[in-house]
Design a protein around this ligand. Structure first.
Ligand SMILES: NC(=O)c1ccc[n+]([C@@H]2O[C@H](COP(=O)([O-])OP(=O)(O)OC[C@H]3O[C@@H](n4cnc5c(N)ncnc54)[C@H](O)[C@@H]3O)[C@@H](O)[C@H]2O)c1
Length: 319
């Protein structure tokens, strides 16, 4: 199958591209390298099925290339994914995320693709939910421009499905973690804690440590994208999470244990706009796609810590 993957040099996108190539698909991998790194595609660089295109999905030239690739499926993961950046600069966030989704949808339409799979955000589109775990039927109530941009993207999916018969599925991802997540960014707390603890740097928890998130391992998320590439899930949003909430204090303890470091984070006052709880009900993804998370948190943390350890041991692969 021929596919377009946007955000292909990012954390989740590159893991998806590796898997697609292993399964023999032909991939147009698009990324503007705003936060992604070509190094993330190093394992697949010599694969004859890979075409890498450095470009912004909004640019005319990129849109032309995406449309003319004759892809059956588009996986749209390109986005500005930092909630705090979206609060600081909501126009820039909307430009990248709302127009980026629309431009990619339009390329899929003009290229006559069958299916469009969108990386939405279960951790932000529902805001402060009233019932847990949060089901897809919960009200959309984003508390950040980033969450609003993902909700807007989902609306455009619905419009393109209605107008042009393009099959669409939005995967509302929990807090994805695993190898390749940027340990120096502000998002991705497993990598941030693990990297600091391995280097002997201090770690900080904002708030009382009781805020919870639904952590889901990157390989499980990639599996969901592959399953969503088929006809199942058309017209739906599907939550992709572990179905378990873990407090940040517990997470720190687990990462410290895996890294063999002391569990002594500094506690700081909470940051504005933080949600107290995220726990996603992913039973619809199981029912519709046959998807379920396979990697439990201790195992996933162990793999992430092992990857960071190897990476630190070979500084030349750091970019
Ligand atoms: N990581 C998570 O926990 C999480 C949770 C929910 C949803 N998501 C979504 O999943 C997707 C992938 O996230 P990630 O964690 O891999 O982030 P990432 O920053 O590692 O990857 C995003 C990639 O998109 C590229 N990009 C950004 N804007 C672009 C544009 N306009 N044109 C072309 N390329 C562009 C970046 O260079 C980067 O490589 C994003 O859409 C994100 O919003 C991630």
């Amino acid at each position: 199958m021929r596919v377009v993957t946007t955000g292909a040099a990012g954390f989740i996108g590159s893991t998806l591209v590796d898997r697609l190539l292993r399964e023999g698909h032909h991939v147009l991998a698009v990324d503007d390298l705003s936060t992604g790194h070509v190094d993330n595609l190093a394992d697949s660089a010599s694969d004859p099925g890979l075409v890498f295109l450095e470009g912004n999905v909004i640019a005319d030239s990129t849109r032309r290339e995406m449309a003319s690739f004759q892809a059956e499926v588009f996986f749209h993961l390109a986005a500005q994914m930092n909630v705090r950046h979206s609060v600081a600069d909501p126009l820039r966030d909307a430009h990248n995320n709302v127009l980026g989704c629309l431009a990619t949808l339009d390329s899929a339409r003009s290229g006559k693709a069958r299916k469009f799979v969108f990386a939405s955000s279960g951790g932000t589109i529902y805001g402060r939910a009233k019932e847990f775990p949060i089901a897809e039927s919960a009200q959309l109530d984003p508390h950040s421009p980033y969450g609003a941009s993902k909700a807007a993207g989902e609306m455009y999916l619905r419009v393109f499905r209605r107008l042009y018969g393009l099959q669409t599925t939005a995967l509302a991802l929990g807090n994805v973690y695993g190898p390749r997540q940027d340990p120096y960014g502000e998002a991705g707390v497993v990598s941030i804690f693990a990297s600091a603890l391995l280097d002997g740097r201090p770690t900080t928890i904002f708030g009382n440590g009781e805020t919870t998130r639904d952590y889901v391992y990157v390989d499980d998320v990639v599996e969901a994208f592959l399953l969503a590439a088929g006809p199942a899930g058309d017209g739906l949003r599907l939550n992709i999470g572990s179905g378990q909430e873990t407090s940040v204090r517990t997470l720190h303890r687990m990462v410290a244990a895996a890294a063999g470091a002391p569990d002594t984070p500094t506690m700081e006052p909470p940051q504005a706009g933080e949600l107290e709880r995220v726990e996603l009900d992913s039973r619809a993804a199981h029912r519709v796609l046959g998807w379920e998370p396979r990697t439990d948190l201790p195992e996933g943390i162990g793999r992430t810590v092992a990857w960071l350890r190897d990476r630190t041991a070979v500084p030349s692969i750091r970019s």
